[in-house]
Structures are given as structure tokens and as C-alpha cells.
Design a protein around this ligand. Structure first.
Ligand SMILES: Cc1ncc(COP(=O)(O)O)c(C=O)c1O
Length: 315
């Protein structure tokens, strides 16, 4: 009664927003944020309110949040570990926001999809550790799924946990959209969740190693500013010393050296690039060497990719 299974965490989030939002409601979320939040909120006729941490980090303070809460605020979305920054918000912040939203009667949507992908001993706080109200008045909605920790993205299985009235409303909406997710894929997800968990740890250890390699490359890159990711499989580095327009820079890297990055402006922070550390160490190293060659004015004029010779004909 407290859980709905959806076609990915993405549908669980969308249906949750459809269930709670009225036109003109405001939904707060810290920046940088997952690209879909603003559009999901707008699709409900509501207003996205991104909150950029004032101290220049990727970690909001309660003051950042409360300063932006108005009488129209219906919900706050918290995504920690965070896509794109990899920031893991401190337990103290999670505690305070759980208590604050409970007191104010604002929905708190915790997008915990990267919860298990954390590195170097860092832990993602569990919001339920701080909940006082477990009744049907609870406005906490926790989102998760199998896409990340089990690398089962294509299976499209996610879920939301919330009060029984909310889950009933969500089931009603989802029933008219897509009905339930495929029973076969639900069984596969149950297999993953109840099966041997060593694959999750092995993925985490592989990513921890990849992260170290990418972070070392980025830190050695003169002019690039990085706040190291503590979770997820993304880094979000500031390349504005080379190019302020992240869309332009991302396009240059794709066109000229075939490296895929995502422009920071899509996540609400211009000047940054999201670089994934999902691939192999060889690909990460090769990708970073190509980026450096493409944008560092001091690099040689020619680069070989296999037996293909590239000549730098841009500035
Ligand atoms: C922060 C965040 N939330 C939700 C999702 C959606 O995950 P799913 O594949 O389960 O729909 C993603 C996927 O990229 C994500 O990064």
C-alpha cells in the first residue's frame, strides 16, 4: 500500500509530481540538478525553482533552501548522491530538511537512485532515520530503482514509497498512462534485489577506481576546477577558463575529437561539463587526453586517433 512500481524512477517521479502539483505551485531543487526536474515540473503546469548554493559549492545549506521557500512551495526535490555533481549531501542536512518539511507540511521527494554508488567510505544518509511522522500525513516520497546499482537501466523498473493516499492517487494516474510495468521485468528486478548482492559491490569498486583515474586527470588539468564527486558515476568540472559557453564546448569536443560530455547549462550551471566515469579506464584516459589536446592551446598541433591524424584548425 505504500509502494508503487513504475517504468523507471523517471516515471515514479513524474507520476508523483502529477499527483501532488496544482498549476502555479512551486517546486524547489538544488542546482546543479538532474535535467528532467524542471521539465517534469513544467509539464504539471507548476513552476521549477532551482536553488544555487550560495557558497559556490555543490552542497546546499538549509539557509539556501529556506530563503527560497514561499507560500507557493509544494515540494522540494533532493537528489543525493547528485547527478551531475556527484555530491553527497551531509547527514545533518538530510536530517534538517526532513524535519523542516515535516514541520511545514511540504512534500519532500528524495531521489535516492544513486544511493549505493558512493566512494571512499562516504555514506548517503537514509531519510527514514530522521522521520517522526510515519502516519498517512507523511509527505515524504522516496524514489529509487534498479537502473544504477544493478546496471539494469533498460529494464525500466523504479518505484516510489509514500503515504497510502498518495500511492493510490499515483496508481490511478499511472493506470491511465502505462498501466503497470511488465511483469517479466518486475520479476527480473525482484531477482536483482533479493539475489546475491556482490555484483553491486563489484560495480561500486570498479567505479571507485574509474573515479580515481578521472579525478587525477581533471586535477592535473591546468585551468579546470573540480569539486571531487563522492558518489554517482559523474564528475562536474568547471571549464569556464577555456570556454564559458558549455554547449559550444561540448559540441566542439564531440565534433572534433569524438568525446561525449553533457553541457553544464542543462543542469543549471553554465561553464561546467559533465564527464562520466562509467567506461573503461582506457576510454577515460583516452577521452581526457583528447579533451586536453582539443582545448589546451599549449598542446601540439597534431593528434593521432588510431591511424587517423587530426590537425588542430581551431582556437
Ligand atoms: C537523478 C536521477 N533520477 C532518476 C533517474 C531515472 O532513472 P530510471 O532509469 O530508473 O528512470 C536518473 C537517470 O538518469 C537520474 O540520474
Amino acid at each position: 500500500k505504500n509502494i508503487i512500481v513504475s517504468s523507471g524512477a523517471k516515471q515514479a517521479l513524474m507520476v508523483a509530481l502529477q499527483a501532488i502539483l496544482d498549476p502555479q505551485d512551486e517546486v524547489l531543487f538544488p542546482a546543479p540538478y538532474w535535467v528532467s526536474y524542471p521539465d517534469m515540473v513544467k509539464l504539471c503546469g507548476a513552476i521549477p525553482v532551482p536553488v544555487v548554493p550560495e557558497d559556490g559549492t555543490f552542497t546546499p545549506t538549509m539557509e539556501d533552501i529556506t530563503q527560497n521557500v514561499s507560500s507557493y512551495t509544494k515540494a522540494i526535490i533532493i537528489n543525493s548522491p547528485n547527478n551531475p555533481s556527484g555530491a553527497v549531501y551531509p547527514a545533518e542536512f538530510i536530517k534538517e530538511i526532513v524535519e523542516y518539511t515535516e514541520k511545514k507540511g511540504i512534500y519532500l521527494i528524495m531521489d535516492d537512485i544513486y544511493q549505493k554508488l558512493v566512494y571512499n567510505g562516504v555514506k548517503a544518509a537514509n531519510p527514514y532515520d530522521y522521520v517522526k511522522d510515519f502516519s498517512d500525513n507523511s509527505k515524504l516520497i522516496v524514489i529509487n530503482g534498479v537502473s544504477k546499482a544493478y546496471a539494469m537501466t533498460g529494464f525500466r523498473i523504479g518505484w516510489a514509497i509514500g503515504n497510502t493516499k498518495l500511492i493510490k492517487a499515483m496508481a490511478n494516474i499511472q493506470g491511465h498512462q502505462t498501466s503497470g510495468p511488465s511483469i517479466l521485468l518486475q520479476k527480473a528486478a525482484i531477482g536483482a534485489i533479493n539475489g546475491v548482492q556482490s555484483s553491486v559491490e563489484s560495480l561500486r569498486v570498479t567505479l571507485e577506481n574509474n573515479r580515481r583515474v578521472l579525478v587525477n586527470h581533471l586535477k592535473a588539468f591546468d585551468g579546470v576546477h573540480l569539486i571531487e564527486p563522492q558518489g554517482t558515476f559523474y564528475s562536474f568540472a568547471d571549464f569556464s577558463a577555456f570556454e564559458k559557453d558549455s554547449t559550444k564546448l561540448s559540441k566542439l569536443l564531440l565534433d572534433k575529437v569524438r568525446v561525449l560530455t553533457v553541457p553544464g547549462v542543462e543542469f543549471g550551471m553554465e561553464g561546467h561539463l559533465r564527464i562520466s566515469f562509467c567506461g573503461s579506464i582506457k576510454d577515460i584516459t583516452e577521452g581526457m587526453e583528447r579533451i586536453k589536446w582539443a582545448i589546451d592551446p599549449n598542446s601540439p598541433n597534431e593528434l593521432y586517433i588510431g591511424d587517423r591524424k587530426l590537425v588542430r584548425d581551431w582556437k
